[in-house]
Design a protein around this ligand. Structure first.
Ligand code: ZN
Length: 307
């Protein structure tokens, strides 16, 4: 059993004793289907660029029951300092972005959601309180996802069409919840570099996956665990090189460059520099389509003949 599975999800017997049907069914539950790399990107662009921010703020700490002011202040920084700084930078570069926001974070900072919407950015679902889906029943996962949709619709004026599971913790039930609630796309899985259609038990779903990767996430490079003594710190200039290389590869392939950042991590003075440099590098490379995740999902869905 892995930490991602509820005990009820794990078949009986030892894994090396499982019959072929068992491991095939487990692997086949959610799978990558058709590659949706389009023949062309809008405006003659050679590459699509999808910048996203997971505006978690206080919610991962609250989810874990860490409720002291000392811990919560780091999340508060994300809302008070980092988000305005990020919005100014995106505005300077004319770059639209997607903000995935836990509903509790949105309720704590409603003005922020209005600011995203007013600037033309996308607001997407990111759980209720950054819960771990794999610890929930399907009924609870569905309830929290639906309440999140309703909350973000009320605060942003528009019903979200995209979901990113908190911590990319995509449970065995997530895809069926995503389908039932009518999402256009998910952005939590990593079975490809380019967009693809999700399969459920081998059947096409029409749901677009915009794949993520820990390589293109700020948290593994910068986050630390205070009392465990874990300090996986990478200098921002080194991270810039990694992300430039990821972008250059996407450009060569005519594909998608997708990035996941967190305001409370990347909004600091020494790191917002990194995003500014990256945007300069991307803009200087030639015709690029900067788009929200929603715009990219709609484009690849149409080009891929999914409707
Ligand atoms: Zn998150």
């Amino acid at each position: 059993m892995t930490s991602e599975q509820r005990p009820s999800e794990v078949p009986g017997g030892e894994p090396w004793q499982w019959p072929e049907r068992v491991w095939r069914d487990l692997v086949g539950r959610v799978r990558a289907g058709r590659d949706l790399t389009p023949a062309s990107w809008p405006g003659g662009a050679r590459v699509a660029v999808a910048i996203s921010f997971d505006s978690d703020h206080e919610t991962p700490a609250l989810r874990d029951g860490h409720t002291t002011p000392g811990v919560l202040a780091a999340g508060e920084y994300g809302a008070r300092v980092a988000v305005p700084r990020i919005l100014r930078l995106l505005d300077e570069h004319g770059v639209p972005a997607s903000f995935f926001v836990p509903a509790v974070s949105a309720l704590l900072h409603p003005g922020e959601i209005a600011d995203y919407a007013a600037a033309g950015h996308e607001v997407g679902v990111h759980g209720w309180i950054h819960e771990r889906n794999t610890l929930l029943s399907r009924a609870d996962e569905r309830d929290l996802t639906l309440r999140s949709l309703d909350t973000l619709e009320r605060l942003s004026g528009r019903r979200p069409v995209g979901i990113r599971t908190p911590s990319w913790d995509f449970s065995p039930d997530t895809l069926s919840v995503v389908r039932e609630l009518g999402f256009l796309y998910d952005s939590s899985l990593m079975a490809a570099d380019e967009p693809y259609e999700l399969l459920e038990d081998g059947e096409p779903t029409g749901v677009v996956e915009l794949p993520v990767e820990w390589i293109r996430d700020d948290a593994p490079y910068f986050a630390m665990v205070r009392y465990a003594g874990l300090r996986p710190y990478t200098p921002p200039r080194e991270v810039l090189r990694v992300w430039q290389d990821e972008f250059d590869g996407a450009l060569r392939d005519g594909g998608l460059f997708q990035l996941t950042l967190h305001p409370s991590i990347s909004g600091h003075r020494s790191r917002i520099w990194l995003l500014a440099e990256l945007l300069r590098h991307i803009t200087a490379s030639g015709p690029v389509w900067f788009a929200t995740h929603e715009q990219i999902a709609r484009h690849v869905r149409t080009e891929g003949g999914l409707g």
